[in-house]
Design a protein. Structure first.
Length: 250
């Protein structure tokens, strides 16, 4: 009998204050099972970015623990943790800096020691997963914004992460690019934590949503149920687009 897999993410009692004394997190508890897609919602200043920066050790907890795939986030396991947690930033130009798409996607695996045919295979597979294989030899700055975002996703997928963290993935995308990215993300076989203010996108892609507000988890449940709770949404400064009815979305 196979032992059950560790959850992708376990955050327990996580608290953090910045050096200026600002307390950003007050004892956050969050467990994300392997393969789950979870939307992290909340107003600006709620602590969402602070939480994300703890997942791969960029920030160190003042109290509490973070565990990724059974490994405690800390100095001992840092290299492996940073392979397991892939963060796709809001601006793809923060991640794309090589002369060609192929070189950008190859950068992480090559730095980890992959070479030759094995590296080529990983790069090709990552680009295939985001529908960008035909653009491998193009300079990233010649691509559209939506295409650059898909390449940024590929650079992270090439590291075969346990968790894909997406920071506002739909921002600045035209409707077609937004739909294309949604189709890609829906088919990925990784755990997804999506930080977003785009509530319809959260509902489309993430069966579960968590509201982080004033440094604590204020709600955790099915995305449709949370978005339909008008009093809860208003209390945490979350607003649906005019005319959008969560219950109308299958």
């Amino acid at each position: 009998m196979t032992a059950p897999a560790h959850p992708s993410l376990v955050v327990s009692g996580l608290a953090y204050a910045y050096p200026d004394g600002h307390q950003a997190l007050y004892g956050v508890d969050l467990t994300v099972a392997r393969g789950e897609r979870v939307a992290l919602l909340g107003p600006n200043g709620a602590g969402k970015t602070t939480l994300v920066l703890h997942l791969n050790g960029i920030l160190t907890p003042g109290a509490g623990t973070v565990t990724v795939a059974g490994l405690p986030v800390g100095r001992r396991h840092m290299a492996e943790i940073r392979r397991k947690v892939g963060i796709v930033f809001q601006d793809p130009d923060d991640q794309l800096f090589m002369p060609t798409v192929r070189e950008d996607v190859a950068f992480g695996p090559a730095a980890a020691g992959l070479r030759g045919d094995a590296l080529d295979t990983v790069v090709r597979r990552a680009l295939d997963r985001v529908g960008m294989a035909d653009f491998a030899d193009r300079p990233p700055h010649h691509l559209s914004f939506g295409q650059r975002r898909r390449v940024a996703v590929a650079t992270v997928l090439a590291m075969e992460p346990e968790i894909l963290v997406l920071d506002e993935p739909s921002s600045n995308l035209d409707p077609a690019s937004r739909r294309e990215l949604a189709d890609i993300l829906r088919d990925l076989d990784v755990t997804v934590l999506m930080v977003t203010h785009d509530l319809p996108y959260a509902l489309e892609l993430c069966p579960r949503a968590v509201i982080l507000s004033e440094g604590v988890i204020a709600a955790d449940g099915p995305t449709g149920v949370i978005l339909a709770d008008e009093e809860l949404m208003a209390r945490h400064r979350l607003e649906l687009p005019f005319g959008f009815v969560p219950q109308s979305v299958a």
